[in-house]
Design a protein around this ligand. Structure first.
Ligand SMILES: Nc1nc2c(c(=O)[nH]1)N[C@H]1C(S)=C(S)[C@@H](COP(=O)(O)O)O[C@H]1N2
Ligand SMILES: [Mo]
Length: 224
């Protein structure tokens, strides 16, 4: 599928409200009983289907980010800006975690083992200014995604470069991708290039095309 057709198809999903179950935990409007409880009581968010493989979803460009081409800038409303080579990034304190993936196109994948730099490690280094509220993720393919600072500032949010003990593949966003397990996976920008801290919000690629600005799978925040 061409890039334009893919984008148009996914915008159409948003317009139609495709896949919406209405079975939001605690909601009384759904026609059938709540299948899964809120976080901690059930593991599969409403409307999701469990898969074992790991689908690839992107705009089709899949940039070849060699170690030489790699650079990660962290800038905007921070006390200490960073511009890191891949070696410098790898020299930061490393952490491992296991988390689930929930993609808005309905698949979920449990127990992914990640290694990388925890967002909180990065926050300690760059020190966001007191008025910083948002984090804008920019990728080598021109993709962007926006989250709030408190969504970035979570123990399971990572700048990941390993999956299941192996370097993250190019198709899945290597050498370094964002990982935000508590939000739909479109927020987890692949081929990460820049992390920008801002005072005001700047909707990202899919957020400008009908997808929800917040993207919480437990609240089924698929579309805006
Ligand atoms: N840079 C970049 N990041 C991206 C995308 C993209 O097109 N470009 N697609 C997003 C979408 S819509 C999804 S569902 C996930 C898919 O990640 P995966 O291919 O590793 O499963 O990446 C997200 N991050
Ligand atoms: Mo997606």
């Amino acid at each position: 599928m061409s890039r334009d057709k893919l984008i148009e198809a996914k915008q159409q999903w948003a317009r139609e409200g495709r896949l919406l179950t209405g079975k939001i935990p605690g909601s009384t409007t759904g026609s059938s009983p709540v299948a899964e409880g809120p976080p901690g009581t059930g593991r599969l968010p409403p409307g999701q289907v469990l898969v074992r493989d790991w689908p690839v979803l992107d705009l089709g460009a899949e940039p070849n980010v060699t170690p030489q081409k790699f650079r990660l800038d962290v800038d905007g409303a921070v006390a200490n800006r960073l511009s890191l080579s891949l070696d410098e990034f790898m020299a930061l304190p490393q952490t491992e975690s296991v988390s689930d993936i929930h993609c808005v196109t309905q698949w979920s994948r449990y127990d992914n083992r990640w290694k990388g730099v925890a967002a909180r490690t990065l926050l300690q280094i760059v020190q966001p200014k007191p008025d910083a509220r948002h984090v804008i993720l920019h990728s080598f393919d021109g993709y962007t995604a926006n989250i709030r600072l408190e969504q970035f500032d979570q123990p399971d949010v990572f700048l990941a470069h390993e999956w299941e003990g192996k370097p993250l593949s190019r198709t899945h966003g290597g050498p370094v991708r964002m990982l935000i397990p508590q939000l739909y996976f479109w927020k987890s920008a692949k081929w990460l290039r820049r992390i920008q801290f801002t005072l005001s919000d700047h909707p990202g690629f899919w957020e400008q095309r009908g997808y929800h600005n917040n993207g919480d799978p437990w609240l089924e925040e698929r579309y805006d």
